[in-house]
Design a binder for this molecule. Structure first.
Ligand code: ADP
Length: 209
C-alpha cells in the first residue's frame, strides 16, 4: 500500500543512491534506471571524503551527472558528508539503493547495510543487480583502461568520455607501458593490482576517438 500523508495524498517515494561516482559509469546508470522503475525519485549523493584523492573534483562530478541526466526530473544530484543515514533522514528518503555486482561486493555491502540499520532502523537498504554486461564495471577500471589507451565508449556516458579526454589531454595517444621511475632511478611496477591485470591487453590497443 502506498504511504499517504495526513491529507491523504500519496507520498512520493525517494531513494538515495550514495557513492563516489568518480566517474559515473553505465553500471551506475543501470542501477539508477532500475531504481526509477521502483521509486518515484532518486537522489544521487556524492560522498565528500577529504581522505580520498579522486580524479574528478566533487564539483566536476556534480556537473557530469547533471549533464548525463539533463531533462530527467526524477533524478537529483547532491553531495553529503558524515553519516549516510543522517543525510537520508534529512533528505526525507527512506531507502538507500546500492548496486551489487558480484559476490566480492557482498560482504562489505552486507556489513554496511546492517550497520546503517542499527544506526537508523527506519531506513532500508535495497540492493539491485546490474545487467550482466556491467557486472565487471567499476569507476576505477574505467580510469585505468582510459589512461592506458583503451576504449571506454560503451562503458560510460558520452560526457564522461569527453571529460576523461579533457582531463588526460592526450586523445589518441597510447601511453607506453607504465614503468614509473622510483626515487632511486629503479624501475617500479604499475602501482595497482588491476592496472597490472589490464596492462598488457590495454596497451597494445590504440584509443579510438
Ligand atoms: P563507493 O565508493 O560507495 O563504492 P561507487 O561510485 O564505486 O562508490 O559505487 C556506488 C554504488 O554503485 C555502489 O553501490 C556500487 O556497488 C555501485 N556500482 C558501482 N559500479 C557498478 C556496476 N558496474 N554495476 C552495478 N552497481 C555498481
Amino acid at each position: 500500500m502506498p504511504h499517504r500523508n495526513r491529507e491523504g495524498h500519496r507520498k512520493r517515494s525517494l531513494a538515495v543512491f550514495p557513492g563516489s561516482f568518480d566517474p559515473i559509469t553505465n553500471g551506475h546508470l543501470d542501477i539508477i534506471g532500475r531504481s526509477l522503475s521502483v521509486f518515484d525519485q532518486v537522489t544521487i549523493a556524492i560522498l565528500v571524503n577529504p581522505e580520498k584523492h579522486p580524479l574528478f573534483t566533487v564539483e566536476e562530478r556534480v556537473a557530469i551527472i547533471r549533464e548525463a541526466f539533463h531533462g530527467e526530473e526524477r533524478v537529483q544530484v547532491d553531495t553529503f558528508s558524515g553519516l549516510l543515514v543522517d543525510y537520508a533522514e534529512r533528505l526525507g528518503a527512506s531507502v538507500i539503493v546500492r548496486g551489487l555486482r558480484a559476490i566480492s561486493d557482498f560482504e562489505f555491502e552486507f556489513q554496511m547495510a546492517l550497520m546503517n540499520r542499527r544506526l537508523n532502523p527506519r531506513i532500508e537498504t535495497v540492493f539491485m543487480m546490474p545487467a550482466e554486461s556491467y557486472s565487471y564495471l567499476s569507476s576505477r577500471l574505467v580510469k585505468e583502461v582510459f589512461q592506458l589507451g583503451g576504449r571506454v565508449r560503451e562503458l560510460v556516458p558520452a560526457v564522461v568520455e569527453r571529460r576523461l579526454r579533457e582531463k588526460y589531454g592526450t586523445a589518441g595517444v597510447v601511453h607506453p607501458p607504465t614503468r614509473e621511475r622510483g626515487s632511486g632511478g629503479r624501475e617500479v611496477p604499475p602501482s595497482s593490482k588491476s592496472e597490472r591485470g589490464i596492462h598488457s591487453r590495454a596497451s597494445v590497443r590504440s584509443r579510438r576517438a
